[in-house]
Design a protein around this ligand. Structure first.
Ligand code: DLZ
Length: 162
């Protein structure tokens, strides 16, 4: 999947579909805000730079990554967005909390994709430490928020291609 010393923001080389007619929700977790705030800004700016109108981007905060699933579900239920980008950062600790949160949010987001038949993007960092998180939130490995936004655009365009 990822490779060391490689900028993981792969959107530069590949064509990104036109996104000006689409709308997006961003749900971001306030836990580890230094990281998740950078992911959110990366996602937001990437949507804008690919033609998405500011009024078509809805941003909601949830307390932690565990709450991303329900936050995204409410966006799917209560708004007209075409795709939802979930952003969080769960740093590995000495307890099993990490596993519980990561497993829950990964499964929760997977389920939402199918229950709502819409792209719900998994933009949750699961680094071993703070430095790895910084490296992926605008650091030497790019910004995973950018990647999540590009993924959302590509998935909405794919849906409209059928
Ligand atoms: C409790 C907790 C812990 C220990 N670590 C993180 C973390 O690294 N990243 C994160 O997004 N959230 C963490 N949380 C909070 C949980 O996601 C959740 O908000 C609480 O367990 C309340 O449901």
């Amino acid at each position: 999947m990822s490779s060391v010393n490689n900028n993981l923001s792969w959107s530069k080389g590949a064509a990104v579909p036109k996104a000006s007619e689409y709308s997006f929700g961003i749900v971001w977790a306030e836990w580890n805000e230094e990281i998740t705030g950078a992911l959110r800004e990366g996602a937001y700016k990437t949507l804008l730079s690919n033609g998405v109108k500011p009024e078509n981007i809805l941003i909601k905060a949830v307390p932690g990554s565990f709450e991303l699933t329900l936050g995204a579900q409410w966006l799917a239920e209560k708004t007209e967005v075409d795709a939802i980008i979930c952003l969080g950062c769960v740093i590995q600790g000495e307890t099993r909390h990490f596993d519980f949160i990561c497993n829950a949010v990964a499964q929760g987001i997977t389920d939402l994709n199918r229950e709502y038949n819409m792209p719900v993007i998994f933009g949750v960092l699961t680094p071993e430490n703070q430095q790895q998180a910084i490296d992926r939130a605008g650091g030497k490995h790019g910004n995973k928020g950018d990647e999540a936004a590009i993924t959302a655009i590509k998935m909405v365009a794919l849906e409209h291609s059928f």
